[in-house]
Design a protein. Structure first.
Ligand code: URA
Length: 319
């Protein structure tokens, strides 16, 4: 028998709450089986540790920025080209490194990776595994992870920015459950408090919108899972919905989305410094439908991008 399940590695620091302290250093994976693979095909990224020279391609990566939509992450990569003053030779364009896979996009701009993760935990989980292995094979060190997302807010003006201090599931439990070999394993979803505060300080410099640190509820569904009345099915009343949303809001939940639990749990398990920063696109205490114009949504989605870009510029000594 092995000692499965096993969460900690020798050398991990754990605080009294069971939190693994995020650390700098090499990006590590926790899978002894990988050593025995003659080739590891990162199928959904269209990369391999044998067919591609991953250290040459990626060893300088320091910041990995995830977001749901491929188009938004392309725009973020283009934005980072400007923010970092990267020169793209005339006639050349930014390349989607994972173009062969058609599942996710992956752009590299200097030390920044911009990656799409699709919608929901299963989609994020797949690309997170492969990005972690990619960084490990590339021998990257001191890497920080960010999720730049959209969410439904609770009691805050749409367009506000929420930085997640802790992610919880639809039952307000602070861990992601994964059915593994017939057992339910619970992976705690802690995030890096210092990074949250650093991002809030930057976000607060823009007075055009409100920024807060709060808890994020992560659900497995956009409609019934988030208490919406406008899905194809609904078994609860408008009163039930408001009572639930007010109850979770009273417990410190500022926004609702569909990836934070997995992002926080996987980053915590890898002892990575990571943060989740989302704009809100609707106040769920007032509406279920997202009715803002395309232009307004574009502007709101730029807010987390600008905050993270500024943080990266500061880290690189460019501010
Ligand atoms: N994303 C979600 O998951 N929910 C919302 O209400 C808005 C964006």
């Amino acid at each position: 028998m092995s000692d499965f399940p096993r969460f900690m590695e020798p050398g991990d620091e754990k605080d009294i709450s069971g939190r693994i302290t995020p650390r700098d250093g090499p990006v590590t994976v926790r899978n002894p089986h990988l050593e025995h693979l003659s080739e590891d095909v990162l199928y959904h990224l269209d990369l391999s540790n044998k067919a591609n020279d991953l250290p040459v391609m990626f060893s300088d990566v320091k910041f990995v920025c995830f977001g749901g939509s491929p188009n938004r992450m392309k725009k973020f990569a283009e934005f980072m080209v400007k923010e970092l003053g990267v020169k793209i030779p005339a006639g050349m364009a930014l390349t989607n490194i994972s173009h062969g896979s058609d599942r996710y996009v992956l752009y590299k701009v200097a030390s920044v990776l911009s990656v799409s993760h699709g919608m929901g935990i299963p989609s994020l989980s797949i690309v997170f595994h492969e990005v972690l292995k990619l960084l490990h094979y590339a021998k990257c060190t001191d890497v920080k992870f960010f999720r730049l997302g959209t969410s439904g807010g609770l009691g805050i003006e749409p367009g506000s920015v929420v930085i997640t201090e802790a992610a919880v599931d639809g039952l307000l439990r602070p861990y992601m459950e994964v059915a593994t070999l017939g057992m339910v394993l619970q992976h705690p979803a802690f995030l890096d408090k210092n990074l949250c505060e650093e991002l809030l300080e930057i976000a607060n410099q823009d007075k055009a919108y409100k920024s807060v640190i709060g808890k994020t509820m992560c659900t497995y569904d956009f409609y019934e899972g988030q208490g919406r009345l406008d899905g194809a099915f609904c078994d609860f009343t408008a009163e039930d919905k408001i009572a639930f949303l007010k109850r979770v809001h009273d417990r410190g939940i500022q926004n609702i989305e569909m990836e934070s639990l997995c992002f926080a749990a996987m980053a915590h398990r890898a002892a990575l410094k990571s943060a989740i920063i989302c704009c809100t696109v609707v106040d769920r205490l007032k509406s279920d439908q997202i009715t803002a114009s395309h232009e307004t949504l574009e502007e709101w989605q730029m807010r987390p991008q600008r905050v993270v870009a500024k943080y990266i510029r500061q880290q690189l000594g460019l501010e």
